[in-house]
Design a protein around this ligand. Structure first.
Ligand code: NDP
Length: 314
């Protein structure tokens, strides 16, 4: 297998990966960045980003990512299409296999692989994939104009998705398994006061039905209680917003993670348990998951990589 040696390898092209590339490029680390499965990361699936500092009028997610990419390229980052498929982090330099066919030998590695939306695990989610089931309202909401949709989840993501969909659909049901929302106060208020959104507390979705795509959802109210109630609700679209799974699988044999798979880092830094390997963005962040926090950690990771290399004269 072909082997290429690089000083600083970055895996992932969200705000963390691109920011790491900007800093590593400016520090003359000649960074090579592989974009991964979703070039530009999760923000390419959103419309407007209102809370990234410096854009008082907001900015389109895809445009923000394009700008970050251009900025990284300006400082010499070598940005490539490809997916990291295996790793060997036993000894430095570390080996990363790209697309199963090429090995990169990296003196430092920045893991910025992000996180992927979770599903409930129902057979019907697979059956109706692309036919009414989605984990991204901003990607697929357009198809549900003037239709009835349901969003599953009670966190900030679910509320955001519900509000976004309410701008398109005629009715949005928010299916929440607990008797309360976990989302921030402001999002809770927006959802509860929205005339197109109806929150179904203490509800679980247990199946979907329809001959030609999703036509409805089977619900259980107060699952397991004496007054448990089962019924079906006609809907056209079923959106999941129940959290994310960090994309850390290929690194897990070497890198410490929590039980969900989020990479554990030291002392509020991007340092992992393997020297010279750093983690930035959502793959190491179960708490904040913001573009700006991801960008900040990408910056830290590049600074750490630069220090690591200069301390060793590499
Ligand atoms: P959260 O983990 O906060 O919420 C997940 C929600 O999905 C919870 O209500 C949870 O229910 C529910 N859930 C999980 N599994 C299931 C299941 N199997 N069946 C039914 N319901 C389920 O994830 P989010 O993606 O909403 O948010 C993650 C982080 O990102 C948070 O810190 C959030 O604040 C932040 N965020 C911030 C935004 C912003 O500031 N603009 C936007 C989006 C996210 P339960 O409560 O019962 O566990």
């Amino acid at each position: 297998m072909e082997i290429e040696k690089v000083r600083c390898l970055i895996i992932g092209s969200g705000p963390a990966g691109y920011t790491a590339a900007i800093y590593a490029g400016r520090a003359n680390l000649s960074p090579v960045l592989y974009e991964g499965l979703q070039p530009g990361g999760q923000l390419t699936t959103t419309t407007e980003v209102e809370n990234f500092p410096g854009y008082p009028q907001g900015i389109d997610g895809p445009k923000l990512m394009e700008d970050l990419r251009t900025q990284a390229e300006r400082f010499g980052a070598d940005i490539r299409f490809g997916i990291a498929t295996a790793s060997d982090l036993t000894n430095a330099p570390y080996q990363i296999v790209i697309d199963g066919e090429k090995t990169i030998e990296a003196q430092t590695l920045i893991i910025a692989t992000g996180a992927t939306a979770k599903y409930l695990g129902l057979e019907d989610e697979k059956k109706y994939a692309g036919m009414g089931v989605s984990a991204c309202a901003t990607c697929d909401g357009f198809f549900y104009r003037k239709k009835v949709v349901a969003v599953v989840g009670g966190g900030d993501t679910a509320c955001e998705e519900a509000i976004y969909l309410a701008g398109l659909a005629s009715k949005v049901y928010l299916i929440v398994r607990k008797p309360f929302l976990r989302a921030s106060k402001i999002m809770q208020e927006r959802v509860m006061n929205h005339d197109k959104i109806e929150v179904l507390f203490e509800h679980n979705a247990v199946g979907l039905y329809g001959d030609n795509g999703v036509e409805g959802v089977n619900l259980v109210e107060r699952f397991g209680a004496a007054d448990e109630k089962r019924y079906s609700l006609p809907i056209d679209g079923f959106f999941l917003a129940i959290g994310h799974q960090p994309n850390s699988d290929i690194f897990k044999p070497y890198i410490d993670t929590d039980e969900t798979g989020y990479i554990l880092t030291e002392d509020n830094s991007p340092r992992t348990n393997v020297p010279g390997v750093f983690a930035a963005g959502d793959v190491a962040d179960p708490h904040y998951r913001q573009a700006i926090t991801a960008a900040g950690s990408g910056c830290k990771a590049a600074i750490e990589a630069e220090r690591y290399l200069s301390e060793r004269g590499l």
